[in-house]
Design a protein around this ligand. Sequence first.
Ligand code: M6R
Length: 368
Amino acid sequence: EKAGFDHFMLKEIHEQPKAYRDTMMGRIAEDGKSVTLSKEIGMTTEQIRGISRVHIVACGTAFHAGLVGKTVIESLARIPVETDVASEYRYRSPIITPDTLVIVVSQSGETADTLAALREAKRNGARVLAITNVVGSSVARDADDVITTWAGPEIAVASTKAYSSQLIAFYLLGLYLAQERGTIDQAQVVDIVEAMHRLPEQVESILEQAELFKGVAEAVSKHDNLFFIGRGLDFAVAQEGSLKLKEISYIHSEAYAAGELKHGTLALIEDGIPVIALVTQEDLYEKTLSNIKEVKARGAHVIGIANSGYEDEVAKSVDETFSIPRTLPLLTPALSVVPLQLLSYHASLARGNDVDKPRNLAKSVTVE
Ligand code: M6R
């Protein structure tokens, strides 16, 4: 059942190219000029144009997908988006109006807090769109519209392919909303769709080098504290990388917006502490590099994740560099998360933990 892999997590990491293809299938026109979600989303063009704000609500890893979703929807469809943790959303009296679109994201579709947030949103008159991996789940049944991620069953407690397929769902959704609202031109759609079609192969090429992450994971596993840093979408992915590491390796880590370090956290940087720096957002390269220099100067051991083509530049400022294939900045999270998944997996193994069933955790959290 693990298809020759030692753990479900590793199997699921390797299933991501298929999960991407399956989640895109039937939703992109053959000519690559448009995206359609009219089967999933029952809203008319008029209703889509009438959306004044979007709230994305989810827990854990799904929340981290929502952080990427915010940037995707804001930049493509130009609608203001807020992303909230479900257990907070419900109790902060969010401003929900009939023209608010609430997007709930849940792999299992059974997470109690997410389900309660969905119901609260509906009570307040919002339209609710669910992104879920389980057809017929509670979230899918209660939502008005459903985009299914076709990642297939996810068994490992640590979410991998469900997260990355949620990103694909957000790219499709962002494009669809943008087309309907007229905020994107066809040439841009074609560019993004072409780049999306290349993602599965690009993930495969990272997976071919999966063993590379073993050595660095083993070194990391000897530490009790580390940091992930990045800016923009790199910060969103850093948060997911940090959660993954904590969840299965039990190593404490924190994700920081790279520019925010010097407002307090830099005090924690001492000799030898590992800092994993994501440097994939072209317009932020220089800024992130200057933050890397700040931690290097305090003795950090910096592991850089950089775009291919820019890795030599990054290598000058860090101790070790891993490169990922080049794609559009908006799509990079669908690639940059993969090395972080592999890093957590190998760190967990090196510590002798139960990778698929980390202590204290359940796959589906059905209590509030
Ligand atoms: O099933 P859901 O997507 O609603 O689950 C939400 C979180 O409990 C889940 O993503 C959790 O954070 C993962 N175990 C992280 O790997």
